[in-house]
Each structure stands twice: as structure tokens, then as C-alpha cells.
Design a protein around this ligand. Sequence first.
Ligand code: ZN
Ligand code: ZN
Length: 221
Amino acid sequence: MIRHHLSDALLMGYSAGQLPEAFNLVVASHISMCDECRARLESFDAVGGALLESSLDDVVETEQAVGGDSLAATMARIRAGGDQLRKAQPAPRRQGILPGPLARYVGGDLDAVRWRPVGGGVRQAILPTDRSASARLLYIPAGAGVPDHGHQGTELTLVLQGAFSDSTDRFGPGDIEIATEVDEHSPVAEAGVDCICLAATDAPLRFNTLLPRMLQPLLRI
Ligand code: ZN
Ligand code: ZN
């Protein structure tokens, strides 16, 4: 039962192709787990498609009125490209812990992940995305915590297994936490099951204690 969903802004950004690759990965992964957000995305796609169609029609009509056809041909190609993009919807959820879009990045399920220790039993695996934002898998042993930190940009965290809590709420499988500049938190994994998350950030985190701050450049957090 998913309780924390994507914002309208994220869904619109995803639909319009305006998000960094790392955020696209989190959004596509959540959508593959969440019927509610998939339905909301479809409505944003429909609105965006209609806007694109009407603005292209205006341009093509103007061009045809002055007798040219090269622009019309270009617009037809753009339109075909747009249709292709909209058909490239996230795949349905597959077996295993990792949702389909994420499994494609990792090249398999959890057994294909190359974890690196980051201290306190926490492990991470940085995923290959462009540098406009970074994406990582986090493995937080049951009962362990991520050091207290703030954010300079936006941090999206999607729970894949287990659950964590911070001062704002509890986040279970499929839930997404959206943290921004004004949020500081110390997520702690629930007892019982180790917590696995996909996290994406578009700016370095601000750690409030010295040791993680010193390690930050090494860990690329
Ligand atoms: Zn959702
Ligand atoms: Zn955070």
C-alpha cells in the first residue's frame, strides 16, 4: 500500500522530458510500482501531447500558407518522434526487488549490484547517469541510520524493500520521499528487514556532523 506519491511538478517534468536522467529513473521506477501515479502521468501526457499537436498545427498551417513544405516535413518528423517517446512507457513491474526501469540500469536484479561500504553498515552503489543529478542505490541494515543531513537541492528517495522513518513520516515499499532545501532529516531503517532505496539528488547533501562531511568527496554524496 503506497502512501507517498510523486508531486504534480515531477510528473509534469517527466512527461515533458525536463528532468535530469537520475530523476527520470526514480520517477519511472515509482510509476512502474504505482497505478495511481501511472494514471496521473497518462493525463499529463495527454495534455502535453494536445499542446504539442496544436502548436505544431499552427506552425505547419503558417508555413503551408506561404507555400513552403520543408518545415511541414520537419514538423511531421518531430510529431513522429513525439509519438515514439510517448510509446516508450515504463515497462510493467517484473519479478525481483528492482523495478524494471532500474533493473535495466543495474543490468540485473540485486545480485548484479556492486555495493560499496559507506560506514555504519550502510552500503551504496552509484548508478551511471549524466552528471546533472546523481542516482544511487542505498542498503541500510535494519535499525541502522543515514547520518543527519540537509539538502541544497532536491532529493528523491524511493523505497524498494523494508522501510525507513524520519521526523516527517514512515516510508515503506513503493513510497517516495521528496526532500528539499528546507528539510533536514536522519532516516533510520525499521527493525526486521534491511532497507533498500533508490535515491537521486541534484546537489550535494549538507551533513551536520564532521565525519560524513569529510568523507563526502570520497563517497560522491
Ligand atoms: Zn504513486
Ligand atoms: Zn536526505
